[in-house]
Design a protein around this ligand. Sequence first.
Ligand SMILES: [Zn+2]
Length: 325
Amino acid sequence: MTTSSNFYTLGIDLGGTKINVGLVDTKGHLVYTHYSLIQPFIQPNIVLSEILKGIDICLSVTGQEADSVGIGIAAQVDLEGVVQSSPNLGWRNFPLKKKLEEKLDLPVFVTNDVRAATWGERYCGSGKGINDLVVLFVGTGVGGGVISGGNLLVGCSNTGAELGHITLIYDGRKCRCPNSGCLEAYVGGWAIAERAQEAIQAKPEKGKFILSLSGCVENVTAFTVSQAFHKGDFLAQELVEETGRYLAAGVVSIINAFNPCRLILGGGVIDGIPELIKMVKDNVQTHALDFSVKKCEILKSALGSNAAVIGSAVLARDLVKKSFQ
Ligand SMILES: [Zn+2]
């Protein structure tokens, strides 16, 4: 094992369809990254092999050593690094930290991916140095991270800040969690796709342009909607404006609850339709409590798809430092 005097840490972003491994220096810069795609619902052992391969490549190409490994995974994770539930990977009760530490002679830290991204944004992204910060990533699912008074909100069982599953509408659209009416069930990529498909089925005439891009209604995704929106399609515009109103409603609740100085929006849906940020800003100013929103800036993620890699590396390094103190 190497010592805490090393200057590099490995960060890993493990999602439902991809593994991004990066070597990160003390300033949060990515020195090298290795990206691989995985099949949905893949077996944990295959994922472990892919992670080890990515680590090997990062270290051998750069000729560097790392002092620890941080992993941000799209999942609920307990304090022992056991993946309790990952709907995207299809894993339950998988001891990811233990399994990786058996293979690597390095300490491993496992956390939720958006929580890692939140720490990354605060370390060297759009939330740099901000002690009251909320990060909301809108991708296929919707995840969140909250920093209050400089500390990450973890909660009683380490699953705090599941902001995608705040209830927007009682008895509303069925979510992928046990609840209905969650923010994710309206603005997550899968939900935008569902809403678009329903709108096209209800009014096929209006959906002609979107269908011309996707081929058939089942193939309509949030990406198709963003493409059609940027080509001026009327139905896509309606869908995006509606998404903006739902997202703003969620952000209003989040701002009222946490009173952040800064709220950062990121993720694939925001990258595809950055116009949503202005829609949220305009709406939030008039709907959130005056005193709660007064000092709150809303910005786009600066680190984007690298946020969880950088953040998980920085979190892991912080823990290693603590263990040497
Ligand atoms: Zn939900």
